[in-house]
Ligand binder design. Structure first.
Ligand code: C2E
Ligand code: MG
Ligand code: MG
Length: 700
């Protein structure tokens, strides 16, 4: 409260006109003012004498009742007297208003803070006649001020030392403040100029979502969060987690805090974990998990379209042999080299995977059957070059089974299965080749898994579920028959009738081909003896030999023993091998020579389909060529097939070999073969493969 001199003079002059007003003013000052009002009369010295104090003075200070007329010295403690005397004297001498604060310790130990304004009142000569003091209790407001400062400082240190970037923006997204972590983050994101708006920071892709959430925050007063990346000049996107927090003052939104956490380390770790989960440790190729995911992705992408993709399952031929002979370290090195070679084919439409072991996969997108065929061929060609490892040369050939989406399967499971089955077929045909899945491959086994098939096959011999059927081979000159091809049949009580095309590849893969093959040798020899003994017929039986059987070290012994056991003429036994079995000449030549020495007949099955080479025929002691049924099938309608068939017949004749045509189903085919001077023929036109019972009935 300010009282100027004139007003006070008026008060003291007791002006009649203003009596009422004076009374009211006095009443207010005396009884209603919360601030203390002291009026001191100044006497020479200077001495200050109490002239007036209002009620607030009595309420707040313990002042004596009879105060008016007394001096400071009379009333105050020594310390207080000295202090106030000094302050008032200063007003007296300077003739200027003075402001001071003071603190008083209360009886209960608390402190009482006050702020006083001393105002001099002058007489006509300009001397200080009175001093009016107005003292305010500022204890509470001081405390509040202190608290405010403290909480402001606490908030500052929270923001300034925070590891997250905190950027405050107004309602338009204009940046108001950035904490040190924010400065660092923006520098890391390669921002040279200080941005004005938050929208200059957020990466383009994430802008719409960010704007959306910012608006949502404005509308709802609720925090929002998102994962985004910051804009950068060199495309080095910095991943961040963003939280948008409203700044509310008395429930009114003033702006927002944009709190950003640098996620690049976390992203890197997550990327590393992802890499490990989806890659093969040894070769760095994608693994089986990645394959499954990618097939599914591809299926999802192509749903409803006409576009196809191919799954190639690649298995290295004789890899187990390399592993067993040279050890796993060499084996691993070779797998790495194979991976490198396959990776040469890698591009955005062609991904390479390793399932484990020596099994690789390729997923070929946007392809056709014809394109896939050429692709498979190019892989085979690439493997014609040998591998070098510690100056040792290795030849590795792959066998490739192919399934096509959607014809061969529309789920990852069926596509893998059908490609595997196609692969079995390649192995059966003598490896180092490729084959597409065809639905006939898997007629009876559609719902049987490979594991239960294997379990059943293991028991097949001891349970006597295997049987040999015999297909007559007809002499085309006189329509007689003196030889049969033995074809294996498996009648499983659990799985029904299973054709050799389905279980022979599995038998080869599991090694079961060895006991099964031995059973075939034994059964065929026994059959030759039976027919001779009981029916006095010298029939020759041809048995099919899998390439795997050639790796059996005691093969010759087993055949020799069977021949001796049943006392048969060795030339009554014929061994059919495929061109694939002859490919590894180093392995094949000694075995075939020994067989020849034994006196058994050797024939080449499915001649013309594998890696036919005239050099085989020259090098190997071959007696019989069997023209593959694929040529015979179209011999009447396809000039090329007709030419191949006649050429093989001439070749055989000139080299002194017997030639047997397979798969003869029509009279016209037989006629063609007779005209071409083919020696023998077999096929449904003459007879289906027959059981022993049927042979006895029809031939004996
Ligand atoms: P393969 O040696 O080429 O046998 C000829 C296949 O053609 C046989 O099929 C036979 O039943 C079938 N066939 C015969 N005449 C005709 C005809 O006129 N038209 C048609 N379309 N097909 C005819 P199968 O019995 O299913 O045998 C398939 C393959 O399984 C054989 O082909 C052979 O490679 C293999 N196999 C059969 N038995 C054995 C065996 O004991 N050991 C081994 N390792 N493989 C065997
Ligand atoms: Mg055969
Ligand atoms: Mg054949």
């Amino acid at each position: 409260m300010n009282i100027d001199n004139k007003q006070l003079n008026k008060l003291s002059k007791n002006d009649n006109e203003n009596d009422n007003l004076k009374e009211i003013s006095f009443e207010i000052i005396n009884s209603h003012m919360k601030d203390m009002v002291f009026i001191m009369k100044v006497e020479e010295g200077p001495i200050f004498r109490y002239l007036f104090v209002n009620e607030a003075c009595h309420n707040k200070c313990a002042l004596p009742k009879e105060l008016i007329g007394k001096t400071f010295k009379d009333v105050l403690t020594k310390d207080m007297y000295q202090f106030l005397q000094g302050e008032y004297a200063s007003v007296f001498f300077t003739k200027k208003t003075r402001l001071f604060t003071s603190q008083k310790k209360m009886d209960d130990g608390s402190r009482w803070n006050s702020e006083s304004v001393l105002t001099p009142i002058f007489d006509d000569l300009g001397n200080v006649k009175y001093i009016v003091a107005i003292t305010k209790d500022v204890t509470k407001s001081l405390k509040e001020k202190k608290q405010l400062i403290e909480s402001e400082q606490q908030f500052r240190s929270l923001v300034d030392t925070n590891l997250d970037a905190i950027i405050s923006v107004n309602l338009h997204g204009e940046i108001q403040e950035i904490n040190p972590a924010g400065e660092t983050l923006l520098q890391a994101a390669c921002k040279e100029e200080k941005p004005n708006s938050i929208f200059e920071i957020i990466g383009g892709n994430h802008q719409p979502v960010f704007k959306n959430l910012l608006n949502k925050c404005k509308l709802t007063n609720a925090s929002q969060s998102l994962n985004a990346s910051l804009k950068s000049e060199n495309d080095r996107h910095l991943p961040v987690h963003i939280k948008i927090v409203p700044i509310l003052v008395h429930q009114v939104m003033q702006g927002m805090y944009i709190i950003m956490r640098d996620m690049s380390e976390k992203t890197k770790t997550a990327e590393k974990i992802h890499y490990l989960a989806f890659h093969d440790q040894l070769t760095g190729l994608y693994n089986r998990r990645a394959l499954l995911a990618d097939i599914n992705l591809e299926i999802e992408k192509l749903k409803g379209s006409e576009i196809q993709f191919a799954l190639l399952t690649i298995d290295l031929d004789r890899f187990k042999y390399i592993n067993d002979t040279f050890g796993h370290i060499v084996g691993d090195q070779i797998l790495i080299k194979v991976a490198e070679r396959l990776l040469e084919f890698h591009n955005s439409n062609c991904h390479v995977y390793r399932q484990g072991g020596d099994e690789f996969n390729i997923l070929l997108a946007y392809t056709t059957r014809e394109h896939t065929r050429r692709f498979a061929q190019s892989i085979l060609s690439r493997f014609a070059t040998s591998f070098y490892l510690s100056s040792q040369e290795y030849y590795i050939t792959p066998s490739i089974g192919i399934s096509m989406y959607p014809i061969d399967g529309n789920s990852e499971e069926t596509l893998i299965k059908t490609a595997d089955e196609a692969l079995f077929r390649v192995k059966e045909r003598g490896k180092a080749h490729y084959e597409f899945y065809c639905a006939e491959m898997n007629s009876t086994l559609k719902n049987t898994n490979i594991v239960s098939l294997e379990t059943n096959l293991r028991k097949a011999i001891q349970n006597k579920e295997l049987e040999l059927f015999y297909q007559p081979q007809i002499n085309l000159t006189d329509n007689t028959c003196n030889s049969f091809e033995a074809l294996l049949r498996w009648n499983s009580p659990n799985l029904g009738f299973i054709s050799p095309g389905e279980f022979i590849p599995l038998a080869e893969d599991t090694g079961l081909i060895v006991p099964i093959g031995n059973w075939v040798i034994d059964t065929a020899c026994k059959q030759i003896r039976e027919w001779k003994l009981f029916y006095k017929k010298d029939f020759r039986i041809a048995i099919n030999f899998s390439p795997k059987q050639f790796q059996q070290p005691n093969l010759i012994e087993i055949i020799k023993e069977a021949i001796c056991r049943y006392g048969i003429d060795p030339s009554a036994l014929e061994i059919e091998i495929t061109e694939g079995a002859m490919q590894n000449t180093m392995e094949a030549i000694p075995v075939l020579r020994k067989l020849k020495e034994l006196g058994v007949i050797i024939s080449v099955d499915d001649f013309g389909t594998g890696y036919s080479s005239l050099s085989y025929i020259k090098q190997f002691p071959i007696d019989v060529l069997k023209i593959d049924q694929s040529f015979v099938k179209d011999v009447l309608i396809n000039a090329k097939d007709a030419a191949i068939t006649t050429t093989i017949i001439h070749l055989g004749q000139n080299l002194g070999m017997e030639v047997i045509a397979e798969g003869v189903e029509k009279k016209e085919q037989a006629d063609f073969l007779i005209r071409a001077n083919c020696h023998k023929a077999q096929g449904f036109y003459f007879s289906k493969p027959l059981s022993n019972k049927e042979i006895i009935q029809f031939f004996l």
